[in-house]
Design a protein around this ligand. Structure first.
Ligand code: IPE
Ligand code: IPE
Ligand code: MG
Length: 250
């Protein structure tokens, strides 16, 4: 990989120590818009541009999995007009980014209760996921109507059903089986979790999966998040010592 083209910052990024999976809570679109006396939906539109940038950068840096929190189960409580605007934007975004995914061999994936999404969005998602299903350079997962607690309840239900049917022995239950019944079963756990907008909470995102993720909170509002900050965060990540509870010998 050639990092020498631009800033010094990039030269310091070690391509051998990239996180395999980066997860991002994209927050702050509303505040970005409010600061400019715009509608919240204008903030979401600007946020979609930041998504584009981050997807391109992640792919270029050979990050294998990128998971973006785009809409939570709790976000259904927002005003109907904002939800409708977000869904329309999502559909436009999928149509406009389809070619980017095809050109860059990025597989589109979703987690969450996608059956709650409008049928037009579901159809577009299904079509783009089918077209990109064979790609393996990077998997882009959109968390849509996603909530970790709902995901965990669904996992417990599946396991209970299997135990009742006699196909799963409760004594054989282990972490691998639990992880295998989550929506993220085909993804490695995130190595790095980023949240923008200065809020320091998880808001029901990937609660099981981030047990040992490195956490980064930045005050930047999502529409202002760009490639240079992303790269800076990756550099900070590479400077952290991940111990996983063990002692690292000197
Ligand atoms: C994140 O931005 C996008 C979604 C949750 C859909 P917000 O809309 O939460 O923006 P703030 O937090 O109100 O600034
Ligand atoms: C989290 O942001 C959900 C997404 C980014 C999609 P929210 O703005 O919904 O979270 P809270 O309400 O600040 O916890
Ligand atoms: Mg928010």
């Amino acid at each position: 990989m050639n990092f020498s083209s631009s800033s010094e910052m990039r030269i310091e990024l070690d391509p051998q120590r990239m996180p395999q999976h980066v997860a991002i809570i994209m927050d702050g679109n509303g505040r970005w818009a409010k600061k400019r006396l715009l509608n919240r939906i204008n903030g979401h539109e600007k946020g979609a541009e930041a998504v584009r940038t981050v997807v391109r950068t992640a792919r270029r840096l050979n990050i294998a999995a990128l998971t973006l929190y785009a809409f939570s189960t709790e976000n259904w409580q927002r005003p109907k007009t904002e939800i409708a605007g977000l869904m329309a934007l999502l559909q436009r975004f999928l149509a406009s980014e389809r070619q980017l995914l095809l050109d860059n061999e990025i597989r589109l994936n979703t987690i969450g209760e996608t059956d709650r999404l409008p049928s037009g969005v579901r159809d577009t998602l299904r079509a783009v996921m089918a077209e990109t299903a064979a790609f393996d350079k990077m998997v882009l997962t959109l968390a849509l109507s996603y909530g970790a607690r709902s995901e965990i309840v669904s996992m417990v239900r599946q396991i209970a059903v299997a135990a009742k049917a006699g196909t799963l022995d409760p004594d054989a239950l282990d972490e691998k089986i639990v992880a295998g019944h989550l929506a993220t079963r085909d993804l490695p756990d995130p190595d790095l979790l980023i949240r923008t907008s200065g809020e320091m909470r998880l808001s029901n995102f990937l609660l099981w999966q981030i047990a040992y993720a490195e956490l980064v909170f930045t005050p930047t509002l999502w529409p202002d998040f760009g490639e240079s900050e992303f790269i800076q965060i990756l550099k900070d990540y590479q400077n952290r010592e991940r111990r996983f509870g063990a002692v690292i010998s000197p």
